[in-house]
Write a protein that binds this ligand. Structure first.
Ligand code: PLP
Ligand code: COI
Length: 341
C-alpha cells in the first residue's frame, strides 16, 4: 500500500493534516449523509452553542496496522456508546452508534496512507467531535448539530513513551465534581484542567493526580488518563468515582489483569494514602496507553515506585494490551474492529 512520506518512528502526539475529514449535520430532526471535506477549517455560526455554552463532546480511538497488513481499530463500539452518553449528559443530539462505527471505517479508509506501518510504535488517532451549531443566544440546547470525524498519525502522548513519569496530587484545584460532567468526555472538563496542568508542570511534574472534590481524600484520575495502582500482593486497584471518565483502556486492563495475569481487581474508592503502599502505579488511556508512574508527590511526601525502568506488572499489562491491538496475540475478547481497506 502506498504510504505518506513520514518519519513514522518519530511521530509525536499532534495534529497533522490528512486527505480529508467527514461532516454529518443534524437538521430538521435527522442526520445527513457523510460529506467528505478536504478543508480543515469549519464554517460555524458565531452564536453556536458549542462556542458559548460548551455543547461539545469528543472521543479518541486508535487504528493499528498488524504484521500481515490488516488494519483494526480498538474497541470502537465502546467509544460509540460513550459518545452517546456524553451527548445525553449535556443535552446534545446523540450521534447513532451504527453511524459512528461506519464513520470510523470510512475515515480510516479515506486516509489509509496515513496509517502508520506495523512496528513503528505509532498509530492513526481517530477524533470524532459533536457540537451544537444553532446560532441562538439564550442558554438552551442547540436544535442543530455537527458531527465531525478526522484522523492524525500519532506517536506516544508522553514523549517518554514507556518511561515512568512523576505525578503530583493536586488538592486545591478540581476538574470535575460529583453530579457534574466529569464522567462525560466534554470540552468543559478539559478547559477546567488546563490551569491545573500548567501548575503541576511549572512545579516540575509531568501530570496531575486529582483528588475527589467532595472529600479531598480519594483518588480520581490523572489529566488525560485513568489511574491504577498495583499493590505489593499484586492486586490491580483503580478508583471508582462518579467524576472520572470511564476509560476503555482501564476497562480492558481490568479484564487482562484478571483473566490473563490471574490478578485480583478492585475498582473502589482509593484513599490517597494508599499511594504509599503501592508497588507500582500507572496512567492509562487511548493516548497514554499505559504510562508507568515513577513517583507521586502528596503534600511533603513522595511515593517512589521505580527509577527509569517499568515495573513488572505494568510491563506485562502493556505487552498484553499492545499485542492484542497489533494482532500479535489472539483477539479473544473481540476488541478489534477490522477496517476493510
Ligand atoms: N480520562 C480522561 C480525562 C481522558 O481524557 C481519557 C482519554 O480518553 C481517559 C481518562 C482514558 O480513556 P480511554 O481509555 O477511553 O481513552
Ligand atoms: C485520548 O486518550 O483519546 C484522549 O482523548 C486524551 C487526551 C488527548 C485528551
Amino acid at each position: 500500500m502506498h504510504k505518506a512520506n513520514l518519519d513514522w518512528g518519530n511521530l509525536s502526539f499532534g495534529y497533522m493534516k490528512t486527505n480529508c475529514h467527514l461532516e454529518y449535520y443534524f437538521k430538521d430532526g435527522k442526520w445527513s449523509e457523510a460529506k467528505v471535506v478536504k478543508d480543515d477549517i469549519l464554517h460555524l455560526h458565531m452564536s453556536s452553542t458549542c462556542l458559548h455554552y460548551g455543547q461539545e463532546a469528543f472521543e479518541g480511538m486508535k487504528a493499528f496496522t498488524h504484521k500481515d497488513g490488516k488494519v483494526t481499530v480498538f474497541r470502537a463500539d465502546e467509544n460509540a456508546r460513550r459518545m452517546v452518553k456524553s451527548a445525553e449528559k449535556i443535552l446534545m443530539q446523540p450521534f447513532p452508534e451504527a453511524m459512528f462505527l461506519d464513520a470510523v471505517k470510512q475515515i480510516v479508509k479515506l486516509n489509509k496512507e496515513y496509517i502508520p506501518p506495523y512496528g513503528k510504535g505509532a498509530s492513526l488517532y481517530i477524533r470524532p467531535l459533536l457540537i451544537g451549531v444553532s446560532g441562538i443566544l439564550g442558554v438552551r440546547p442547540s436544535d442543530d448539530y455537527l458531527f465531525v470525524i478526522f484522523v492524525s498519525p500519532v506517536g506516544p502522548y508522553f514523549k517518554e513513551g514507556l518511561k515512568p513519569i512523576d505525578l503530583y496530587v493536586e488538592e486545591e484545584m478540581k476538574r470535575a465534581v460529583p453530579g457534574g460532567t466529569g464522567d462525560a468526555k466534554v470540552g468543559g472538563n478539559y478547559a477546567a484542567s488546563l490551569r491545573v496542568s500548567k501548575k503541576v508542570k511549572d512545579l516540575g511534574y509531568k501530570e496531575v493526580l486529582y483528588l475527589d472534590a467532595a472529600h479531598n481524600r480519594y483518588l480520581d484520575e490523572s489529566g488525560p488518563a485513568n489511574f491504577f495502582g498495583i499493590t505489593k500482593d499484586k492486586k490491580y486497584v483503580t478508583p471508582k468515582s462518579e467524576s472520572i471518565l470511564p476509560s476503555i483502556t482501564n476497562k480492558s486492563l481490568m479484564t487482562l489483569a484478571k483473566e490473563e495475569l490471574g490478578m485480583a481487581v478492585e475498582q473502589r474508592p482509593v484513599d490517597v494514602n494508599e499511594i504509599f503502599d503501592f508497588a507500582e502505579a500507572g496512567c492509562c488511556g487511548t493516548a497514554a496507553v499505559i504510562t508507568p508512574v515513577r513517583s507521586i508527590t502528596y503534600r511533603d511526601k513522595k511515593a517512589i515506585y521505580t527509577g527509569d525502568e517499568t515495573g513488572p506488572v505494568c510491563s506485562a499489562l502493556y505487552k498484553k494490551l499492545t499485542a492484542i491491538q497489533l494482532g500479535d496475540e489472539e483477539d479473544k475478547y473481540g476488541w478489534n474492529m477490522e477496517i476493510p481497506l
